[in-house]
Design a protein around this ligand. Structure first.
Ligand SMILES: [Zn+2]
Length: 474
C-alpha cells in the first residue's frame, strides 16, 4: 500500500509541477519588440552623437550593411521585414500599385490599402504567431490595421500620425505586461523619413532630427527598464530604407520622350511603373529605352534577377529606374519632387537601413558586416519559437548574431535548444525539472516492475505492501 500511496503523491507532485511550469514558461516566453524608424539610413548614427544607439550596439549587436529589397519603398520593405519574402512573392510590390486581374488600385492616398486582397499573398509574422497560440501587439506598422487571412493583430492601433511616440510606446508596454501578454510587438515611427524627404539627407537640419530619434530610443530603453522588461525583451531597431539626396537639377521628364496619352503612370519615382495603352507597348518602350542616360528602362521579363522583381501581376510591363538622386516626373510641374527620396536600386548604400539589436537572444558588442533583410524573418521566428512560413531568408546567414546555443533537457524531458542566457535565467527550474522528470521515469519503472513481479507471483498471493520495500530498495 505504501508504494501505491507514494506513487499517487509523486503523480500529484509531477502534475502540479508541470502545470506550474507550463504557466511559468508561458510568462517566460521569448519576447521580441521590432521597431522601425522609417527612413533611418544606416550611417545616420555616425553624423551626430547618438549615445543611445551606441549603448545598444555596445551591449548588443550591430549589422553595418543591410541589403533591403527592391524597390526600396516603405510598404514593400515593411512587409518583407515580417514575411522574409521579396516583393514579387509577398505582393506589396510598391506604394502605388495596379492589379489587372483584380482591376484594383492600391495607393497610399486612398482607403484601398485596407483591402485584404493586397496583403493575402503572404502570411505576416503576427498572423502566424497568433495561429501558433501567441499574442501580438502592433502600433501602426504598415499592414497591421488590415484584416489579413481573416486576422488582425491581437492588439493594434489604427494608423494615426498624430499619436506621439511616447503614447505608442506606452500602449505597447501595457500589452507586454498584460494578463495575457504579447510575445511579439511592432512599433512604427514616421521619422526621420518625413524630414528626410522634406529637407534632403544632406541638409544640416537633419542632424537635429537624428538626435531626436536617438532621444526617443533612449526613452524607449528607459521605459522598458522601468517596466521590468529590459532584461527579457529582445529589442530590434531597424528601418525600411535609407534616403538619397535629390536635386531640382536632376529631373527626368517623361513628357520629353513619350506622349502621356500612350500609357498609364501607375507608380512614379524613382521607379516608374508604366502600363502602356492597348497596342502601344512597343511604341512606349522604344521611346523610353534610351531616352535618358540616368534612367534604365526594363521590359518586365528583362528585369534583373537580382531584384527579385518580376513574377507578379502587380509589376507593370515596363519599369524605368532612375539613378541615385534622380527624380522621374512627367514634366517639371507634374508629379512629386522631394529633396530626399528612396526606392532606388537596393545595392546602393544610401538605400540601406540601420540594424541594431539587444536582448537575451543576442550577443554583446558584436558587429556583423552584411546581411540581407529577408534573413530577419527566420531569425524572428527562431527567437520566438515559431514555425516559419515559406520565405526567402536563411537563418544560418544570421545565426552568428545570437548567443551560443546549447542543447538541454527540459522539465518535460524534451530536448530543446536554448540560448546560454536562457539557460542562465531558467537554469534552476530546468535542473529541478530534470530531477523530477527522472523521478517520474523511476516511478514508471517501479510500477512496471511491480506489475511484472505481481503477475509472475500471482499464485503466491503476496500483499502489495509486502512487495514495496524490496522493490524500493533496488
Ligand atoms: Zn519608409
Amino acid at each position: 500500500m505504501a508504494l501505491y500511496v507514494w506513487q499517487m503523491c509523486l503523480w500529484k507532485v509531477v502534475i502540479i509541477f508541470t502545470l506550474t511550469e507550463a504557466v511559468s514558461l508561458h510568462l517566460d516566453q521569448p519576447k521580441v519588440l521590432l521597431v522601425s524608424f522609417d527612413g533611418f539610413r544606416w550611417d545616420y548614427i555616425h553624423r551626430v552623437p547618438t549615445p543611445h544607439f551606441k549603448y545598444i550596439m555596445e551591449n548588443g549587436i550591430h549589422v553595418n550593411q543591410v541589403t533591403n529589397i527592391f524597390i526600396t519603398k516603405t510598404y514593400p520593405n515593411h512587409y518583407t521585414l515580417v514575411t522574409g519574402l521579396y516583393a514579387e512573392n509577398h505582393g506589396i510590390v510598391a506604394n502605388e500599385m495596379y492589379d489587372q486581374n483584380l482591376n484594383k488600385t492600391f495607393s497610399l492616398d486612398g482607403m484601398d490599402i485596407f483591402d485584404p486582397v493586397w496583403w493575402d499573398e503572404a502570411d505576416p509574422l503576427w498572423v502566424t504567431n497568433q495561429i501558433q497560440g501567441h499574442k501580438t501587439g502592433a502600433v501602426m506598422w504598415p499592414g497591421t490595421d488590415v484584416q489579413i487571412h481573416g486576422l488582425y493583430p491581437t492588439h493594434y492601433m489604427i494608423y494615426n500620425i498624430s499619436v506621439p511616440f511616447e503614447d505608442r510606446l506606452a500602449q505597447l508596454i501595457d500589452w507586454f505586461r498584460g494578463k495575457e501578454p504579447v510575445n511579439f510587438g511592432l512599433l512604427y515611427w514616421e521619422e526621420p523619413d518625413r524630414s528626410g524627404h522634406d529637407l534632403g539627407p544632406e541638409n544640416p537640419l537633419m542632424d537635429k532630427v537624428i538626435a531626436d530619434i536617438d532621444l526617443k530610443l533612449g526613452y524607449l530603453v528607459e521605459q522598458l527598464q522601468k517596466a521590468g522588461l529590459w532584461d527579457t525583451i529582445n529589442l530590434i531597431v531597424t528601418s525600411d530604407h535609407g534616403m538619397a539626396q535629390c536635386s531640382i537639377n536632376r529631373i527626368i521628364e517623361l513628357d520629353l520622350y513619350v506622349d502621356r496619352e500612350l500609357y498609364t503612370w501607375i507608380d512614379f519615382t524613382p521607379v516608374s511603373a508604366i502600363l502602356p495603352k492597348k497596342g502601344k507597348y512597343d511604341e512606349v518602350y522604344n521611346a523610353l529605352v534610351n531616352a535618358h542616360p540616368n534612367m534604365t528602362v526594363y521590359k518586365k521579363e528583362d528585369i534583373p534577377d537580382r531584384f527579385h522583381y518580376k513574377h507578379n501581376v502587380r509589376i507593370q510591363p515596363i519599369i524605368a529606374v532612375a539613378d541615385e538622386g534622380w527624380t522621374i516626373n512627367q514634366n517639371k510641374t507634374a508629379g512629386k519632387f522631394t529633396l530626399g527620396n528612396h526606392g532606388y536600386d537596393n545595392t546602393i548604400k544610401s538605400m540601406h537601413p540601420i540594424f541594431i539589436a539587444h536582448g537575451p537572444a543576442f550577443k554583446k558588442n558584436f558587429t556583423k558586416e552584411n546581411m540581407a533583410i529577408v534573413d530577419l524573418y527566420p531569425l524572428l521566428c527562431h527567437i520566438l519559437g515559431i514555425d516559419p512560413m515559406p520565405n526567402n531568408g536563411t537563418l544560418k546567414n544570421v545565426q552568428e548574431l545570437l548567443v551560443a546555443e546549447k542543447v538541454i533537457i527540459t522539465e518535460n524531458l524534451h530536448v530543446e535548444i536554448v540560448s546560454q542566457d536562457e539557460i542562465n535565467s531558467r537554469g534552476s527550474y530546468a535542473w529541478l525539472g530534470i530531477l523530477l522528470g527522472s523521478v517520474l521515469v523511476t516511478g514508471f519503472l517501479l510500477a512496471f516492475v511491480q506489475q511484472v513481479t505481481k503477475s509472475q507471483m500471482s499464485g503466491l498471493n503476496i500483499h502489495r505492501g509486502e512487495m514495496a520495500q524490496p522493490l524500493l530498495s533496488t
